[in-house]
Design a protein around this ligand. Structure first.
Ligand code: NAD
Length: 473
């Protein structure tokens, strides 16, 4: 039996009230494979009710920035105060170790505080004898907010915080794999906001398309796979909804010949296997100078052997299960395919016997571009390490893809690394680190990894339309 049980089916949050649905769907604990809870399956009428409430609430919510700041702070305090309740739910449905769930919930509170406190005035474009011309960032309207299962709370609240502070209202939909902590968060904060400002609905596969096509949604903020992102973009095109897409990545890490393999391996392992490899921005293919390859592979393998894989609810677990069976099967398929093509799994390469969606942390070598595990996003605990001929060759491989989320270059000489990093087509390039993200640092994907920006001031602007206010003198 699962050690974690919810008292009942959590409610939807629509127009500031708890609402039950006629239908529900089951949620699985990925560490045990047990269906341990149910979530409401919102009906089309409930989806309409959420957007209608969001459209009504928008009329007044947009007018009072002080009220918005205060509400965001109140939400942050409530969410941070509920870490002890939300984090175990998140671990039970997502699989990640409990300390990481706690970190995620605290991070969500951090987004709310960051956006509550951000100072954003009007920009005076011209003030002369003929006119005062100002640039105004106006909110857009109800935002359809659709998120994936890897960081359900952190990603959702990043969007919600920016959207609400900018004066928009929100209808939020978590992934059907991870709806519970998000629904509970909605229950906890619903009394802190005017009805309709923040609505949380959950449901099955039909709900996302219905949201992105909804006529009352004026913006879609979507994080998920590239394939789904393209469908969302098509849906948005029909009535020119504003769009933010944060999509998949296949980040290259280029290790130059003067790097210290031991130092690099420690950081590469920590970032590539963060959240058990289920992170959009993370090293997913390592290109290393041939002379360093054996030492780097062995150092990475040592970290992989030392990592404790287990139920995220158990103390001392480093890596939990994959979130769902399909994702575990995908990782297995990509690794098996690489090995069949001549790759060596120095560690791992198999799913252990027993319940749950576990996969052993896997370091692959003797593999190259052309193998699916290099060319596609694996989104799991398997990292290919590939030798390059020279830096030009490494750059060609790094850029020879439609992915463009993150990238890193590793070297004893940061300036040398920076010169290489500047040639990589990615939204974020790091030197001697990876996945170093922050509230005030724009987060954006190049090429197929995204459209638009999240985080920082640009992330707030993304929830606004630009208006020019021209006063003749
Ligand atoms: P997914 O695209 O399958 O699902 C994401 C969300 O979209 C879910 O809530 C899902 O229910 C919903 N959805 C499914 N079909 C839809 C449709 N036709 N219209 C609208 N919504 C729809 O992604 P996933 O498997 O949940 O997440 C993993 C992917 O997300 C990976 O590719 C990962 O890289 C990416 N991701 C990107 C970022 C980023 O910021 N760039 C962050 C996290 C995850």
């Amino acid at each position: 039996m699962s050690r974690f049980l919810l008292p009942g089916i959590p409610s939807l949050t629509i127009d500031g009230a708890g609402v039950t649905a006629g239908q529900s769907f089951e949620v699985t604990n990925p560490a045990t494979g047990e269906r341990f809870a149910s979530a409401p399956d919102a009906s089309p009428a409930q989806l309409d009710a959420a957007f209608e409430a969001a459209a009504r609430a928008f009329r007044t919510w947009r007018t009072d920035d002080d009220a918005r700041r205060a509400a965001l702070h109140a939400m942050a305090d409530t969410i941070a105060g509920a870490t002890g309740e939300l984090a175990p739910i998140l671990t039970a449905e997502q699989g990640k170790p409990l300390p990481w769930s706690e970190f995620e919930v605290q991070g969500a509170a951090g987004w709310l505080r960051y956006y509550a406190d951000l100072e954003r005035g009007r920009q005076v474009l011209r003030d002369d004898e003929t006119a005062l011309v100002e640039l105004v960032h106006a909110p857009i309207g109800p935002v359809a907010t659709i998120v994936p299962w890897n960081f359900p709370i952190f990603i959702a609240v990043a969007k919600v915080a920016a959207a609400l502070r900018a004066g928009n209202t929100v209808v939020l939909k978590p992934s059907p794999y991870t709806p519970l902590a998000t629904l509970r968060l909605g229950e906890l904060v619903r009394d802190l906001l005017p009805g309709g400002v923040f609505n949380v609905i959950s449901g099955g596969d039909a709900l996302g398309p219905a949201m992105s096509a909804h006529p009352l949604a004026r913006k879609i903020s979507f994080t998920g796979s590239i394939a789904t992102g393209k469908k969302v973009a098509s849906a948005a095109a029909d009535d020119l909804k504003r769009l933010t897409l944060e999509l998949g990545g296949n980040d290259p890490a280029i290790v130059l010949d003067d790097a210290d393999p031991g130092v690099v391996a420690e950081q590469l392992f920590a970032t590539a296997f963060n959240n058990n490899g289920q992170a959009c921005v993370a090293p997913k293919r390592v290109y290393v100078a041939e002379a360093l390859r054996p030492a780097l592979v062995e150092a990475l393998a040592e970290h992989a052997r030392a990592a404790k894989v287990g139920d995220g609810a158990d103390a001392g677990t480093d890596l939990g299960p994959l979130n769902n069976a399909a994702q575990r099967d995908r990782v297995r398929e990509l690794v098996d395919g690489a090995v069949a093509g001549g790759a060596t799994a120095v560690t791992g390469g198999r799913a252990p016997e027993g319940p749950g969606y576990f996969y052993e942390p896997t370091i692959l070598t003797d593999v190259s571009d052309g193998a699916r595990i290099v060319d596609e996003e694996q989104f799991g605990p398997a990292l290919p390490v590939i030798a390059y001929r020279d830096v030009e060759d490494a750059l060609d491989r790094a850029n020879g893809t439609m992915f463009g989320l993150g990238a890193s270059v590793w070297s004893a000489d940061a300036d040398r690394a920076a010169a290489v990093a500047e040639q990589i087509d990615a939204g974020m390039t790091w030197i001697n680190t990876h996945t170093a993200i922050a509230f005030d640092q724009p987060f954006a994907g190049a090429k197929w990894s995204g459209i638009g920006v999240e985080a920082g001031e640009l992330g707030l602007d993304a929830y606004t339309d630009v208006r020019v206010l021209h006063r003749a003198k």
